[in-house]
Design a protein around this ligand. Sequence first.
Ligand code: PLP
Length: 446
Amino acid sequence: MALIDDAARTYELDRRHVFHSWSAQAGLDPLVITRAAGSYVWDGEGNRLLDFSSQLVNTNIGHQYPDVVEAIVEQARRLTTIAPQHANDVRSEAARLIVERAPGDLDRVFFTNGGADANEHAVRMARLVTGRPKVLSRYRSYHGGTQTAINLTGDPRRFPNDAGNAGVVHFFGPYLYRSHFHARTEAEECERALAHLEQVIELEGPQTVAAVLLEAIPGTAGIMVPPPGYLAGVRELCDRYGIVLIIDEVMTGFGRTGAWFHSATEGVVPDLLTFAKGVNSGYVPLGGVLIGDRIAEHFAQRPYPGGLTYSGHPLACAAAVAAITVMDHDVVVENALGIGQEVIAPGLAQLAERHPSVGEVRGLGVFWAIELVTDRDTRAPVAPTGGGSPIMAEAVRTAKSLGLLPFTNSNRIHVVPPCTVSPQEAQEGLDILDKVLSRVDDLVDE
Ligand code: PLP
């Protein structure tokens, strides 16, 4: 009863005083979460929900992992905060653990508070190193909510923030299901997407392009795994034109795709790699830029003109050290890969067969999207890009009523449980999605 009373008070104060992200404030109805453990959260009425969202796709080790909680408590007792100009044991150790898992020569870390500011700094570095103004980024992407990051973003969240695009030019990436290049195979899509990017570079003037920035796999925009060779092709174009390659692994990094970093599995080493989220599962805000030799050398004798009060905050770094350590110990990255191959891939393939509203399922590891369509032939989405629809709202409502907290965007349900999810939990989520999709089929039929 106390829980319910507290939840009611939480809700009331939230509605009165908390200003929420990306929303018109009137009419919001936030779910009160009172506690969380592993793959589950509990709402204000005491209902348990399987967290198939990992919140904002960040709790890669699940909720309240005891060793990480303990490490934060222990660090708080020892040293809660210290300015970035000093050296600090957990910051040094977090940097070591991160660079050891990163590909190639990415062996320095500039710590930030999250993913958007990591991208802001990566772009600033690229512009300073090249002396060029423009950055190319993908349509159908998300890079963060700060000014440059939202301009880099290729989804409708950019539109209200777009004050003349801040030197950003967008291009199309590979997305075979809705191919911009009229391609019929992954190989064709890859080849044409690379030819398109090269044209954009040439027509913009390579001498004006500082960086190409792209997600290793676009996440919130739809989990479109690039065809084999695409990232390597982008690397090759950047080398040819002296452009800095920035890969955003904010969502894909630290286990999500069944690897520490997806770019590494593609054999690609960017000049700069941005991360956040899974580095410590968001237990304390942390992000950063991994820096390779080309950029590091530039700033060896020249000052880097940027910084943050909380760069490498000890509580965040202690959480990162503990999170990476438990991920190693409990083979969390391997678990994500195995669950993807053995449970989610076959499970989603069955759902796609059974439910006519499923247009496509795609992904890897614990990083999957289900595209919902009103018609498989026309591929018409059940909601517009960046918008909602009654069908999507009903899908979310049904999922929650059956005990599943989903991640949805536009016409998609993303299957993004923690990397620590067990086979039984993953199956439980798929069984609930089966029922949700039956409801969507009915609505599409009406
Ligand atoms: N880049 C990607 C790929 C993301 O998914 C996000 C957040 O969802 C960001 C950047 C921004 O990160 P943050 O919200 O920590 O600023």
